[in-house]
Write a protein that binds this ligand. Structure first.
Ligand SMILES: Cc1ncc(C[n+]2csc(CCOP(=O)(O)OP(=O)(O)O)c2C)c(N)n1
Length: 515
């Protein structure tokens, strides 16, 4: 058995049985090994940012990592923005990057670069396999690194000769740590703050936003009067009917400050101290009041659900008094297409147990209130701020959960970064319904121009935020990649097109023209 086969067998043995790939010559032995070994699903992406983002979406839903397969430094570079997003979301990814054969690197052939250095800022673990005999062990350690809580990007660089030379066989996955329990002191400190009677907040993140965590947090809130909020962007949130509803810290700085005003205690539950997304002249970076005290109930890598249950017990909080949302989908909206009408129709039409991917940017900002009482669903967001995540996240989520509908809410500008994901959706017959919000602009940046205090803005500047001339035709673009779709200009048309799209077996695209 060669090194590539020993690695593929190691991955499958370690539960990594999906690979999002865009290979080249240096990865040919890995690709060939896929046919010799049963059990690896290999999904071709036509751009590396689709592969890395899909690995992120997959792991968020499957709760175990996928592998990627990228072509040397340039392939990795194309995938880095979504690896950045994955690492900010604490998603486990086994990121495999092929390289030249060890002895060939010295010749500085065209594709040669320092892959380790390129990978490091976006990976918690980086290793270059030194030989075919080591590659299985290194692969096993990459899986353990990726699965180390709260989840990490582990980059394994695979020189071509480590793939084609003779290996010894697959390696067993080393033990990786479970989420450690929080300390009794952390529980006491949080309990004391919450008993003070002063205005308090539980800021929820990570597993705190799954059903078990939400239920425990709601008991604590009911007993102590503390408020519940989530961070502005979250990796995965369980929402809709039957789930305890939680709002998020609003994105605009003024609204974020207002949401946290008056608080004396902020209990961090897997979350970080809340900060503004960007600095703006004359506005603070920190969103909580200066005199608020922070209490870390659980760090992101700790056992967050257990910490919440322990704290609830410590406080004698037994009843879930914040009522879970009742099933009460609004009626679909009619009239012109606008953000709030879209929210209302989504509230009506989100299918039972759907996975909603939210890269709606400015159009999607207000979607939460009107989808609170929709059918139960999962909501995925971008925690790293690099746009172009939504299309690939949807691919990965659909591969992880073939029985669930994926509803991908996409702003037009963001969609264009990784639109090739549509081809993968068609190739794999994925149940992804994409809604494009075509406002023909980088609308959010128009507000940002004013927010940063840019003066005397003229045509040249505004042209940088404008997506017309030519106008994009997303239905034609989708058709060219094998995905059927429809353009809609009224909410009635939208409601029909979305229902039709959700009813087809494979992918579909609805292009909503937003004024
Ligand atoms: C990788 C990357 N490049 C550029 C940006 C800067 N950026 C932030 S929002 C945005 C435009 C978003 O436009 P669109 O997706 O159409 O949403 P809209 O603002 O119109 O709602 C850009 C270019 C970014 N966040 N990430």
């Amino acid at each position: 058995m060669n090194g590539a086969e020993s690695l593929v067998r190691t991955l499958i043995g370690g539960g990594v049985d999906v690979c999002f790939a865009n290979p080249g010559t240096s990865e040919m032995h890995f690709v060939a090994a896929l046919d010799r070994v049963e059990g690896m699903r290999c999904v071709l992406a036509l751009f590396e940012g689709v592969a890395t983002g899909a690995a992120d979406g997959y792991a968020r839903m499957a709760e175990k990592p996928a592998a990627t397969l990228l072509h040397l430094g340039p392939g990795l570079a194309n995938g880095l923005a979504n690896l950045h997003n994955a690492s900010k979301a604490s998603t486990p990814v086994v990121n495999i990057v092929g390289d030249h054969a060890t002895y060939h690197r010295d010749y500085d052939a065209p594709l040669t670069s320092d892959i380790e250095t390129a990978a490091r800022p976006f990976s918690s673990w980086v290793r270059t396999a030194p030989s075919a005999k080591r590659v299985a062990q290194d692969g096993a350690e990459a899986i353990a690194a990726a699965r180390t809580p709260p989840g990490q990007v582990a980059t394994l660089i695979l020189p071509a000769d480590t793939a084609w030379n003779e290996a010894e066989g697959p390696a067993a996955i080393p033990e990786f740590p479970a989420r450690p329990c929080v300390s009794a002191e952390a529980i006491r400190d949080a309990a004391q703050a919450l008993r003070s009677g002063e205005p308090s907040l539980l800021l929820l993140a990570g597993p705190a936003l799954r059903e078990q965590g939400l239920a425990a947090a709601s008991k604590i809130a009911a007993k102590t009067g503390a408020r519940l909020l989530a961070e502005t962007f979250n990796s995965r949130m369980e929402r809709g009917a039957g789930r305890v509803p939680v709002e998020r810290i609003p994105y605009p700085v003024e609204q974020g400050l207002a949401a946290l005003a008056g608080l004396k205690h902020v209990v961090l539950v897997g979350s970080r101290v809340p900060v503004a997304f960007f600095a703006y002249p004359d506005k603070p970076s920190l969103l909580a009041p200066e005199d608020a005290a922070f209490h870390t109930l659980a760090h992101p890598e700790e056992d967050i659900e257990h910490a919440l249950e322990w704290l609830a017990h410590e406080l004698g909080a037994r009843k879930e008094a914040i009522e879970p949302a009742k099933l009460a989908p609004p009626a679909p909206a009619t009239g012109a297409i606008a953000s709030v009408s879209l929210a209302q129709s989504l509230g009506a039409l989100i299918p039972e147990n759907a996975i909603v991917v939210d890269e709606g940017v400015s159009t999607g900002r207000g979607f939460f209130p009107l989808t609170r009482q929709a059918r139960p669903h999962t909501w995925l967001q971008n925690m790293g701020g690099a746009i172009g995540i939504g299309m690939p996240l949807a691919v990965g989520a659909a591969v992880a959960c073939p029985d669930r509908k994926v509803l991908n809410l996409e702003a037009d500008g963001s969609a264009m970064y990784t639109l090739q994901a549509l081809w993968t959706e068609a190739r794999e017959s994925l149940k992804v319904t994409t809604v494009i919000f075509n406002n023909r602009s980088y609308a959010i940046l128009r507000h940002e121009l004013a927010n940063v205090g840019a003066q005397n803005v003229g045509r040249k500047a505004l042209d940088m935020l404008d997506l017309s001339r030519p106008d994009l035709d997303f239905v034609a673009l989708a058709r060219g990649m094998g995905v059927p779709g429809r353009r809609v200009t009224t909410m009635d048309e939208f409601n029909r097109a979305l229902a039709d799209g959700l009813a087809v077996e494979g992918p579909y695209l609805v292009e909503a023209m937003v004024a």
